[in-house]
Design a protein. Structure first.
Ligand SMILES: Cc1cc2nc3c(=O)[nH]c(=O)nc-3n(C[C@H](O)[C@H](O)[C@H](O)COP(=O)(O)O)c2cc1C
Length: 364
């Protein structure tokens, strides 16, 4: 058996998984059917809790356990808060005027919307006792890391650079999620201002991180079939985390126009953009994303102000399934996937992966 396969099998066994395939946490897509299907297939179910109030986190976990089993492994995910944004009323008015060409008028105060309180969310996560809390956009402080450890919850930190991975291990992270720049959704850079300049593809990032840290590394970004998953394991990952490709499964419950566009998106059909939230993330190059990148468009406001300003446009687009103005996050590899219902797809991916790495044959 290859070293990559035995490393992946050992990691999966330690996490009580049958396959080294993890659902990527995705805020805004808290699909219970998707998480349950991944768990049933022996992968790691995940939920991105950024937008959920503390009570809703506990409710979601209770419903997940009712479906998937009380001891099903589970990853919850939180965003470490950025420093407060610098506000500029004049500039925000320009952004609002621009957005009014792409959706409804932006009501006064829309830019003031804040995500739920991080400390209260962390309390709710600890009370819910998932197997893993993963973080993105920064690190836990020492007291928070200690509370997790005492609760028996592993801490996985997302890193987009080698320096971030090293800092996360020094802060006590039990594993690193190495997020390549292919990844759909927000980039997890600790410093929002460096997220685009330090956009490193997974092929360079993963082996460098694996060489730099003494903890398991989980690969994320552009993984959508057995080939890409196997390549990540060969490059040093102990498991792979799949986001955009799982959005193509029927259980994802995302907007139909977004799901349809993911099926045909070439790698070059996505863009890094700040146009939705103010933080860099990878989305389909829709009409709005392209317009926001034109020289005459105002720079997006900082996170989370821009997220509040774009909320009316995004909501209106969802109501009429209008791809041009949906927040249609997408990784570069999404169209490689041939997804069926999620449990069947994860199961077959696991078997193909084993075969590619010299384990059992796909038909076994
Ligand atoms: C719709 C969407 C929402 C996401 N939300 C989060 C999030 O809340 N927290 C997080 O750590 N990563 C988030 N991500 C990033 C994923 O966890 C993961 O890094 C990425 O999907 C992997 O790349 P791929 O999309 O090419 O598979 C999100 C990705 C997508 C597509």
């Amino acid at each position: 058996m290859s070293a990559a396969l035995s490393r992946a099998r050992a990691f999966a066994a330690a996490q009580r998984l049958r396959v080294p395939l993890l659902q990527a946490p995705m805020a805004g897509v808290p699909s219970l059917p998707l998480a349950t299907a991944v768990a049933r297939a022996g992968g790691l179910a995940s939920m991105g809790a950024l937008l959920l109030a503390p009570a809703a986190i506990g409710d979601w976990v209770a419903r997940f356990r009712a479906e998937a089993g009380a001891d099903a492994p589970l990853q919850l995910n939180l965003w470490v808060p950025d420093p407060p944004p610098r506000r500029d009323a004049t500039h925000e008015a320009r952004v609002a005027a621009f957005l009014a060409h792409h959706g409804p008028a932006v009501p006064p105060g829309a830019g003031d919307a804040l995500p739920p309180d991080f400390g209260a969310q962390l309390d709710a996560v600890i009370a819910a006792r998932p197997t893993v809390l993963s973080t993105i956009m920064g690190l836990l402080d020492p007291a928070q890391a200690t509370r997790l450890r005492e609760a028996g919850i592993a801490w996985w930190a997302t890193a987009t650079t080698v320096a971030e991975a090293r800092a996360a291990v020094a802060a006590g992270a039990d594993a690193i999620v190495a997020q390549g720049s292919e990844a759909g959704g927000h980039r997890g850079a600790f410093d929002a201002g460096r997220a685009r300049d330090e956009a490193v593809g997974l092929f360079a990032l993963l082996p460098a991180v694996a060489d730099a840290v003494p903890v398991p590394v989980i690969a994320a970004g552009g993984i959508a079939d057995a080939r890409t998953a196997a390549a990540a394991l060969l490059l040093g990952a102990s498991a792979v985390q799949i986001g955009s490709a799982l959005l193509r499964c029927p259980e994802a419950g995302i907007a139909p126009a977004w799901q349809a566009a993911l099926a045909t998106a070439a790698p070059e059909d996505t863009r890094l953009t700040r146009a939705f939230s103010g933080r860099w993330g990878r989305a389909l190059a829709t009409a709005y994303v392209q317009a926001a990148a034109m020289p005459d468009a105002p720079e997006p406001a900082p996170y989370p102000v821009q997220r509040g300003l774009t909320a009316p446009m995004r909501k209106a687009a969802e109501a009429i399934d209008d791809l041009a103005h949906l927040q249609a996050w997408s990784g570069q590899g999404v169209a490689l996937a041939r997804p069926a219902p999620a449990a069947a797809w994860i199961g077959s991916l696991g078997r193909e992966l084993e075969a590619l790495l010299g384990g059992l044959s796909p038909s076994a």
